[in-house]
Write a protein that binds this ligand. Sequence first.
Ligand code: G6P
Length: 364
Amino acid sequence: ARVEKAGYRHFMAKEIAEQPRVLAGALEHYLGDAGLALPEGLDFTGVDRLTLVACGTAHYACAVARYWFERLAGIPCEVDIASEFRYRDPVLSPRGMAIFVSQSGETADTLAALRHVRGAVGAVVGVVNVPTSSIAREADIVLPIHAGPEIGVASTKAFTAQLLVLALMALRAADQRGRLDAAGLERHLADLRGVPGLVNAALALDAEVAEIAQHVAEAQDVLFLGRGPLFPLALEGALKLKEISYIHAEGYAAGELKHGPIALVDSHVPVVVIAPHDDLFAKTMSNMQEVMARGAQVVLFTDAAGVAEAGPGVWRTLTLPTAGWLAAPIVHAVPAQLLAYHTAVAKGTDVDQPRNLAKSVTVE
Ligand code: G6P
């Protein structure tokens, strides 16, 4: 069946808005009343190394998941871009698990990377949106993300659904390896069960983000900062913005600011700081103060506790709903998507079909 815009001006807007329903659907597949309902064969017990490989936005989902797998499950974890991974000499372990994440399941480099590890690792897992895709067919174990067709070239709902499925996988790993007691597991599961509602609340910031986007549309360069699992969100926020608005944007680990990007900061460079009130909040705030001291207009994505502690001088603050450690990156993806979208609309670019980009890159 042909997918329609259903009254939205762009597929991207429709796909952003769909996220609460999409995420609720993915939860229904993988989280029953009795707890996690992931494929039987997905066994992290003896795994000595995780290798996560993908391209583009899916690669950033993997980069978030590394923080989760390491902290929750204690598994050494490497993340790479498929086009680099396949041509370096990755050291693989027969007890390793390789996870390939792809919306389309057809990205040439990701598929080639999968073929490269086959036989050299214990298990090959595909996390895909298209269940009939090549990656789904060739993986030993497949976890469809159940996001439905994604038409906008810039990935949105597939990204948050990838994150959700990877978070559930990290919990399965932690559980199987005896790293979480029942109460700890239930606390994280409750966090994830809340995601559709939290994302819905984040979507209510739409008008506020649209107003901020009018200003961002004037910028030549935009910097995104984050720490921990929110660092890849800074990379994703910058990617979304450059893909569809053609504004130069860079994502940086907030702690790396001093090692380069701060040289570019002045009153013409908006800086988006992605900082829920987590264990790294104070560190990120001190980096935020450093860019504000150089005149930067800061757009802060945080939650109520963050607002209370951020201090004065922030140009615009978006108050997101309070989320747990696993849910926060998913929730903070929403304003990043909306900012890219509204900036592109303000600039009049082709949101769904940005120049030079393809939805699925099936040639190298
Ligand atoms: C293209 C798309 C991106 C996507 C990337 C990886 O660059 O424009 O939105 O993240 O490919 O695609 P995949 O289908 O493997 O997730």
